[in-house]
Write a protein that binds this ligand. Structure first.
Ligand code: ATP
Ligand code: MG
Length: 394
């Protein structure tokens, strides 16, 4: 079967009035972004309160559907057959042919749902329903009508052309990226933070990212892995500005001047401070991390409180109540897992203490940080000024 269009179904909640066109415009923009690398020519447009993707000529069906499945805000994707508007006898033939191709075994209940957007058509929706229903029954005697819970809802919309569709492929849900401001993701090379970015993007939030590396302790390849992960997330989230911060001198200073059991917490606090600096500069409304309670020493309730204490922006932790197994499941689903498990060193793992504090006390940590007073402002300034910004697109 050749489909000529896709009707895009989206959730209606919360998109009344003025919000509606913002929602739809963002959806159209994200669909265009998702399809830009797909073979084929696509016309994405709004029409009578709906969004359509018209496929001009040959295109790759599988790839198109796969790409649409990554666009947040889409609830359902309906592949549409388009035909010229014809009088009812000819229309019956088109619909019967469609049913024959879609359901060759025929053993289904169905209901015709005709809509007449083109009021010049000489029959009303009820009449069209009856005529087409009868034609399908005549052609396929195994099929039965069920107007309440049919297996197949046979939609026939009469517009400038006739749109015939019955399948709904589930979309990812959520809200179109760009409808809920932006936030800064602390993106490491691990499993968790790409998933955290995906989850916040799903709520319509545009994503920026910051990655801290520590050359020569961490390699160029470790950085490439993070760029790869950002690219995978950007398939869903749209383009991502990735800030790559050289964190080596800050880490060395912490290592030299602070108690070793507090290294990780202090390091995490400086990461948050720097990420927040970029976030505020770019108008982001929050920070995002991949933390989950109790996963490691730096993610106990006390550690999270100590890390949080340096931020003034809200910190969103969408994985906070998830087990590792649940996070891995999502990372497999969104295709970041295989990249995340590549074995490259992370700056957190290089300067770790054997016995990190698990119940850090904020006052004590602040006191330890005083040891850095003389050097830290300059080091932070240099780290911010020398950060590399990479624009990443799928
Ligand atoms: P992940 O799997 O995302 O690396 P993790 O379980 O390794 O997480 P931590 O190393 O404690 O956990 O880091 C917690 C969070 O801090 C990460 O999810 C990420 O948001 C942020 N983070 C850690 N290391 C870095 C880094 N090098 N650059 C940017 N953010 C980082
Ligand atoms: Mg990590």
């Amino acid at each position: 079967m050749t489909f000529h269009s896709f009707l895009i179904k989206y959730g209606e909640i919360g998109i009344k009035g003025k919000n509606r066109y913002l929602f739809e415009d963002a959806l159209v923009r994200q669909i265009r972004y998702a399809l830009k690398n797909v073979d084929g020519e696509f016309l994405v447009h709004k029409c009578h309160g709906r969004v359509y993707v018209d496929c001009e000529g040959a295109y790759d069906y599988e790839e198109t559907v796969e790409s649409l499945k990554k666009v947040f805000g889409i609830v359902g994707i309906c592949p549409v057959v388009r035909k010229q508007v014809k009088e009812i006898e000819e229309l019956k033939k088109d619909v019967v042919a469609y049913v024959g191709e879609m359901y060759p075994d025929g053993d289904r209940t169905f209901k015709v749902e005709a809509r007449r957007a083109n009021k010049r058509y000489p029959m009303n929706s009820m009449e069209i329903n009856c005529e087409l229903g009868e034609a399908v029954l005549d052609a396929y005697p195994q099929m039965k009508v069920d107007v309440h819970t049919p297996d197949v809802r046979l939609n026939v919309e009469i517009r400038e052309e006739v749109y015939i569709y019955s399948e709904i492929i589930p979309g990812p849900g959520g809200m179109p990226v760009g409808t809920n401001g932006s936030a800064m993701l602390l993106l490491s090379g691990g499993i968790d933070s790409p998933v955290a970015g995906y989850m916040i993007a799903k709520r319509g939030v545009e994503i920026e990212a910051t990655y801290f590396h520590a050359p020569p302790y961490t390699s160029e390849r470790a950085k490439e892995k993070v760029v790869d992960l950002a690219r995978l997330v950007s398939k869903y989230a749209g383009p991502i500005r990735l800030h790559v911060v050289n964190f080596t001198d800050i880490q060395l200073a912490i290592y030299e001047k602070c108690p070793h059991d507090e290294l990780t917490i202090i390091m995490r606090r400086y990461m948050m401070r720097i990420a927040e600096h970029f976030a505020k500069k770019d108008g982001c409304l929050g920070l995002i991390t991949g933390e989950s309670i109790g996963q490691v020493a730096s993610q106990t309730m006390q550690s999270l409180a100590a890390t949080n204490a340096v931020c003034t922006l809200p910190v969103y932790r969408p994985l906070i109540g998830f087990d590792k197994r649940e996070i891995v499941e999502i990372s497999e689903k969104i295709d970041t897992y295989e990249t995340s498990i590549q074995p490259f060193e992370d700056c957190c793992t290089i300067f770790v203490a054997k016995h990190p504090v698990t119940k850090p006390n904020v006052e004590r940590i602040e006191k330890s940080e005083l040891n850095l007073t003389e050097v830290i402002d300059d080091l932070m300034k240099t780290a911010v000024e020398t950060a590399e910004v990479i624009r990443i697109e799928a």
